[in-house]
Design a protein around this ligand. Structure first.
Ligand SMILES: Cc1cc2nc3c(=O)[nH]c(=O)nc-3n(C[C@H](O)[C@H](O)[C@H](O)COP(=O)(O)O)c2cc1C
Length: 346
């Protein structure tokens, strides 16, 4: 083994986990995120530096394939990190194989009042109740048009206006799908967001049938449509939604979104309400991937998401049948060398 490698790994660990992260974690999570996004945007500016940095960062030389699309690495960035596609070139520089942008909504939406993101360091987890803030699809599309040379998935959600229900909700989603189709490699429908005033989601099979019928009629280039699911579905409900989705033309699943539950946390009195992400979510997310893989054929791509922080986590998702994996919270806790650290060990 090259003796420089362990030295470099120790240096990376000390640099981020002992120096940069403690400083970042002094500010509230959204302020820290805005600072990190500023650095990523600087890294991607002019597009010249990013490919050079990426050559040093990329540790996983084995590409993957899903939907007939080549992914330079199986590890991507989960939705929510780059909601408005402002830092794609910076994320490309860090070595990711793809990014899921979004959730993007048709209209700009401010989301919930702050504070709305909380760290649970003892659990390597986050709780968020962002409320789907988005700059709106008109702001996002021009940025997608100059995206880096790796697959970009766009996660689409209903504009989180609680007054937007029923047919209007379906039209709102279809408007966003129509706008992003020419500028992305796949669309991910965020089914776990509420679409009615009483909080029902598109994971309700009748609502899903109506939505997918309308999405199929959206004009534009043919792109795979995937569905992002909640980890909180009971096994029967999961089977029903997967079945309905596949019948409706869905060709992939992202499993999973954050959980409403608070499974065995070390943090006393964890914040609530909100979705929990990170290490405590992994077991449920892997089980969801396994159930989905068991229910659909290989033509359907499965993207594992939830608590990926190291090579063993990636392996667990791949063993359960995932084609690709994504991370958000693990990336926050492990920092800019995340891809090197994770994919070197896979
Ligand atoms: C602050 C925050 C914002 C998020 N925003 C979105 C979002 O807009 N749309 C979405 O589909 N998922 C969103 N997610 C969920 C993530 O994409 C992912 O499904 C979840 O965090 C589990 O992965 P992780 O454990 O690697 O973080 C968000 C997660 C976090 C922590």
């Amino acid at each position: 083994m090259n003796p420089a490698r362990p030295r470099r790994a120790i240096l990376q660990f000390v640099l981020y986990e002992r120096i940069v992260r403690p400083v970042l974690f002094l500010s509230d999570p959204e302020t820290a995120h805005a600072s990190a996004m500023g650095v990523l945007r600087a890294l991607g500016r002019g597009h010249g530096l990013a490919p050079a940095v990426r050559r040093r960062m990329i540790a996983d030389a084995r590409p993957a394939e899903a939907w007939g699309i080549r992914f330079p690495s199986r590890l991507g960035v989960a939705a929510g990190f780059d909601k408005d596609a402002t830092a794609l070139w910076g994320l490309y520089a860090l070595g990711f194989g793809f990014v899921e942008v979004g959730s993007v909504s048709a209209r700009p939406w401010p989301g919930n009042p702050r504070p709305r993101v909380f760290r649970l360091p003892a659990d390597r987890a986050l709780v968020n109740r962002m409320g789907l803030p988005s700059q709106g699809v008109a702001a996002v599309v021009p940025r997608l048009a100059s995206r880096p040379p790796f697959p970009v998935l766009v996660n689409v959600a209903k504009t989180a206006d609680p007054g937007l229900n029923g047919d209007a909700a379906v039209e709102d989603i279809c408007a966003t799908v129509a706008a992003v189709l020419p500028h992305c490699d796949a669309v991910v429908l965020n089914l776990s967001c509420p679409n009615t005033a009483d909080g029902r989601t598109f994971e309700d099979p009748a609502a899903l049938r109506e939505l997918l019928g309308a999405v199929r009629r959206v004009p534009g280039p043919p792109r795979p449509i995937a569905a992002k699911l909640s980890p909180d579905l009971a096994p029967d409900a999961l089977a029903a939604v997967v079945d309905e989705a596949v019948r409706g033309g869905v060709r992939g699943f992202v499993a999973t979104n954050t959980t409403r539950s608070r499974p065995g946390l070390a943090t006393p009195d964890p914040p609530s309400p909100g979705g929990l992400s990170g290490a405590p979510l992994r077991t449920t997310a892997v089980a969801t991937v396994r159930a989905i893989r068991g229910a659909c054929d290989r033509g359907c791509a499965v993207v594992g998401c939830g608590g990926v922080s190291g090579p063993d986590d990636v392996r667990e998702f791949l063993d359960a049948g995932a084609d690709l994996v994504e991370a958000y919270t693990g990336f926050i806790y492990r920092g800019p060398f995340f891809c090197r650290k994770v994919m070197k060990g896979v």
